[in-house]
Design a protein around this ligand. Sequence first.
Ligand SMILES: Cc1cc2nc3c(=O)[nH]c(=O)nc-3n(C[C@H](O)[C@H](O)[C@H](O)COP(=O)(O)O)c2cc1C
Length: 200
Amino acid sequence: MGNILHIISSARGESSNSILLGNRIVEKLRQRHPDKEVVVNDVAGQSWEWLHTNLVNAYRTPPDALTSEQLTLLETSDMAVAQLQAADIVVIGVPLYNFNIPAPLKAWIDHVVRPAKTVTYKDGRPAGMLSGKKAYLAIASNGIYSEGPMAAFDFAAPYLRYMLEFLGIPDVTTYRIEGAGMTATRETAVEKGLASVESL
Ligand SMILES: Cc1cc2nc3c(=O)[nH]c(=O)nc-3n(C[C@H](O)[C@H](O)[C@H](O)COP(=O)(O)O)c2cc1C
């Protein structure tokens, strides 16, 4: 049996709507799967290596040819991959920043997309190696993106859905606390977002 992995990418702690929403999703999942362990990875609280040449080269080096320096360099990535492999449900908290995901969440993605470990190619096409998992996105934004004129400008949800599919996780459900910065919806945004999870 796999874990529930909760990825947090807001640094706003108790003020964070994506953490609040992600926690509610995890709570609901725990009601259905009380035996599952919840593992939290706060990616906003870590400093990440960018995809510099040494890291990319380490990703591409066969395991038995890795130097000790490369093994050290790969520790964070290996840990993030192991957490993902051990989960059968992944909840990703996403504060919308400049219409996209925060940099630490992008860094986490750059550390879990690993050739021959999480993604391979079959017949020239990408074949994600993390099959059999379910993912939930908990997106927080000041504007409204689930419908209306701004819907085309949320690049976070389509990007994350595609990356999860690329990794072999096409089953993705999105929940939102949205409109939290708009006069007409400010008062009800949190309540409405949390209520949407009730049907889970
Ligand atoms: C640097 C920055 C960029 C933001 N960009 C957007 C944006 O493009 N669209 C939007 O609707 N809200 C934007 N917001 C508002 C956040 O999405 C909102 O505060 C959300 O609640 C953040 O998630 P959190 O509460 O989990 O930290 C931005 C906030 C910050 C600090």
